[in-house]
Design a protein around this ligand. Structure first.
Ligand code: FAD
Length: 373
């Protein structure tokens, strides 16, 4: 069988991976010389901790297992089972962490509640002020700027995989075939469109308006910290955004402790992960209204810097990079992904939202199962 995959972000690459794993030939088409979308711009968090119980958590846990296995075979993608800590600073935040630890699925996530000293024993870089920390041992990280490249190298080595960069797919032609902007037609037994947040053009022509929206985020990366940040770190604002933390304790937190105005205005939480070079990737903001800003704003960065410095108890290294990224998210955020048969033999897979890097191996596995690859 021959599978045509369009889009070389993590969702397309993982579809290519599963197809090749199952013995099929893959032609992978990408508009740019290399993927340049959300898959490179993210934290690389394989984030289990905040997922909604049920299908979303099951998908994230399965994906976490797949990432670990693939990471062992492709070390260049930088898989690390580092877990995460969310420090809490007062009784209200602690109550939300306690409610999380009391969830029936807490053990599956590897949730535990640590004292501040226990948290510092796990992550000695956290020398700032906090009372306790929620740990999630199942959280992990990969290197987003390297993962697609490393996976592609491994795919090329199988001899079953062809990468065609610098070709924009413009048309779906009949069944199981696409035409690129050089006029070449690529015919397979199945076509999977993994075109990320590009919802106009090709996607609108073949699928019309789909229940998926675009979300823009601001990010930054520092110079090397000069010491290990042994876990990912989130702040208690993340409780406000992730469904796993919905609880009476969260309602009380919201009522009694308004979010910092900058954080509220930009729908922010702190997420932070150390890159292999020692730098820290730090974010994020969430922008939903169109047209999106084309520039990055300083206020959110200043807020993030304050929060990080308060956890680390030291100044942040110089910021080396700032960027923004856009992901596609199902409007019904309880849906893990938008998977739609748009023509016979042609599938569109998009909209995994802020969990696409985490869930993509399991999303692609499900596509492969459903299509009988
Ligand atoms: C700033 C940021 C931080 C994030 N952090 C995390 C995180 O830590 N953990 C997590 O799980 N998720 C995270 N996410 C979400 C995650 O990055 C995305 O869900 C995921 O990368 C989506 O992958 P994708 O392959 O669908 O899209 P993309 O990576 O955008 O790839 C789509 C590709 O399709 C190509 N393409 C589009 N149209 C065509 C065409 N017609 N012909 C050929 N090629 C085409 C594009 O050029 C692009 O390379 C984050 C997202 C952002 C923006």
């Amino acid at each position: 069988m021959k599978v045509i995959v369009v889009g070389a972000g993590v969702v397309g690459t993982m579809h290519a991976w599963h197809a090749v794993e199952r013995g099929h030939e893959v032609v992978h088409i990408e508009r740019e010389a290399e993927a340049r979308g959300a898959s490179l711009r993210n934290f690389g968090q394989i984030w289990v901790s905040g997922r909604a119980g049920g299908e979303e958590l099951d998908t994230a846990l399965r994906a976490r297992e797949l990432w670990e296995g693939i990471g062992a075979r492709v070390p260049g993608l930088g898989f690390r089972a580092i877990g995460s800590l969310t420090p809490v600073r007062n009784e209200l935040e602690l109550a939300v962490a306690e409610a999380a630890v009391a969830r029936p699925d807490a053990a599956a996530r590897g949730y535990t509640l640590l004292t501040a000293d226990e948290a510092r024993a796990v992550n000695p870089a956290l020398r700032g002020e906090f009372e306790a920390a929620l740990r999630c041992e199942r959280d992990a990280a990969v290197e987003p700027r390297l993962a697609q490249l490393a996976l592609r190298e491994a795919l090329l080595a199988t001899g079953k995989y062809t990468f065609l960069p610098n070709r924009e797919v413009r048309d779906v032609v009949g069944e199981n075939a696409v035409r690129d902007d050089r006029g070449e037609v690529h015919i397979g037994d199945a076509v999977v469109l993994c075109t990320g947040a590009w919802l106009s053009g090709l996607v609108r022509e073949v699928a019309g308006e789909i229940p998926v929206r675009r979300v823009r985020l601001q990010m930054m990366q520092t110079e090397p910290l000069g010491e290990a940040l042994t876990t990912s770190v989130a702040d208690a604002d993340s409780f406000r955004y992730y469904p796993a933390y919905a609880s009476e304790a969260l309602d009380s937190l919201r009522a009694a402790q308004p979010q910092d105005p900058t954080a509220a205005a930009h729908r922010m939480q702190l997420l932070m992960v150390q890159r292999l070079d020692g730098g820290l990737t730090i974010g994020d903001t969430h922008e939903y209204e169109h047209p999106f800003a084309f520039d990055t704003l300083e206020d959110p960065y200043e807020h993030l810097t304050r929060v990080v410095e308060s956890f680390l108890g030291r100044p942040l290294p110089k910021i080396r990079r700032r960027w923004a990224g856009v992901y596609a998210q199902c409007v019904d955020t309880s849906r893990v992904v938008h998977r739609q048969r748009v023509r016979d033999g042609v599938w569109l897979v998009t909209g995994p939202g802020g969990r696409g890097m985490t869930c993509s191996p399991a999303i692609a596995e499900k596509t492969a199962d459903e299509l009988g690859w």
